[in-house]
Write a protein that binds this ligand. Structure first.
Ligand SMILES: NC(=O)c1ccc[n+]([C@@H]2O[C@H](COP(=O)([O-])OP(=O)(O)OC[C@H]3O[C@@H](n4cnc5c(N)ncnc54)[C@H](OP(=O)(O)O)[C@@H]3O)[C@@H](O)[C@H]2O)c1
Length: 330
């Protein structure tokens, strides 16, 4: 049975004005797929990269990689979900900015009863990212309670989750953010120290905070603007985890620079490698559900927009006006 749905799509890469509200057909799920009706949709910075063309998509294309809702139909071979289940996801392909969609079932997880749709939609992509960054991305000398780490954009969606989770793990997180208010918010959520990197030299401050030692891991999603300074925050054998480009992509560099900085390690990570199997997706989601269920990590939704107002939501996210998570409501 084919029905129609509202969907925000892009027909050409560009600014927020490229986000168009279209009416598209949605059919029945094929093998390995489900149809989900969204109750809430998560906004992520990767949606901006898709929209601008930094991460190219075939056009026209749906946008958005996170959502929560109710399973309406289940395709052949899908055994972990049934019609009527409440579910949430972080998943490819982009296309969550809509009322309903057909999509691969692999990355959809049943939402525990205690977690509402808005929280589910806000936390999957950002929470699973914090999970793999802190638990599956280890420096060669290990990461123990008491170790210093540096987390950029600490008051953002991924950032506030990471601050809380790092604290629960006993890590001493130094967070950077673009205003004093954002710094205060990061501290309220578990960052032990914060640095306003618009007004302070974060590399120098990290050296002071760590008594000249540097941190074991830098989690850098800002990219171009923070790359060089981040490398100089690491202690010997430390790990630079590059996982985003909010300020622009990192310029090419020579591996020769890593030796004199203390034989440091560099990795570029993406969530989609980590959630490439159903089993690992569920195991990571169970870990996330557990810290959210216990209250160790609270999912803070600071911005809510109507689905039709996706343009305003994008302007706000890329204009550095948001804190915590942002959701769209169908
Ligand atoms: N690789 C992965 O697996 C993965 C998964 C999820 C997210 N990410 C990345 O993690 C980052 C956080 O994602 P999010 O969705 O939670 O976004 P977010 O942190 O809520 O928003 C991005 C933040 O980046 C900071 N920023 C610094 N320079 C910026 C600039 N020139 N333009 C815009 N923002 C700038 C801003 O905070 P301040 O004002 O405090 O600087 C802004 O609020 C993004 O870079 C995203 O691509 C990567």
């Amino acid at each position: 049975m084919t029905q129609t749905t509202r969907a925000i799509r892009i027909h050409a890469p560009g600014g927020a004005e490229q986000l168009q509200l279209d009416t598209v057909e949605v059919g029945d799920p094929g093998p390995g797929q489900v149809r989900i009706r969204h109750h809430a949709i998560g906004l992520n910075f990767i949606d901006v990269y898709h929209r601008t063309g930094l991460y190219p998509l075939a056009m026209p294309h749906g946008i958005g990689m996170e959502g929560a809702g109710v399973i309406e139909a289940v395709g052949e071979g899908v055994t972990h979900l049934k019609v009527g289940d409440r579910a949430a996801y972080a998943a490819n392909p982009p296309g969550s900015y809509c009322d309903a969609r057909v999509m691969p079932a692999m990355n959809l997880c049943r939402l525990p009863d205690g977690i509402d749709f808005e929280t589910g939609a806000a936390m999957m992509l950002k929470g699973l990212t914090a999970q793999y960054l802190l638990k599956r991305c280890k420096p060669v000398e290990g990461l123990e309670a008491g170790d210093f780490v540096l987390f950029h954009a600490a008051a953002g969606g991924v950032g506030l989750i990471a601050c809380q989770w790092a604290k629960a793990l006993g890590l001493r997180l130094i967070g950077t953010a673009g205003s004093d208010d954002k710094c205060a918010l990061a501290r309220e959520h578990g960052a032990e120290f914060t640095i306003n990197y618009r007004t302070e030299n974060f590399t120098q401050r990290v050296k002071e905070i760590t008594g000249g030692q540097g941190v074991k891991v830098v989690y850098d999603s800002v990219g171009k603007d923070t790359w060089d300074g981040s490398l100089d925050c690491l202690r010997p054998f430390g790990l630079m985890v590059s996982f985003g480009n909010a300020s622009g992509p990192v310029a090419p560099f020579s591996p020769g620079i890593l030796g004199p900085k203390g034989s440091i390690y560099v990795t570029r990570q993406t969530l989609f490698t980590h959630i490439s199997s159903r089993e690992r997706t569920q195991a990571m989601a169970d870990d996330l559900f557990s810290v959210v269920g216990s209250g160790q990590v609270r999912i803070r939704i600071d911005q809510r927009f109507a689905l039709a107002d996706a343009q305003a939501a994008h302007r706000s996210l890329e204009g550095r006006q948001t804190t915590g998570c942002t959701i769209l409501l169908p």
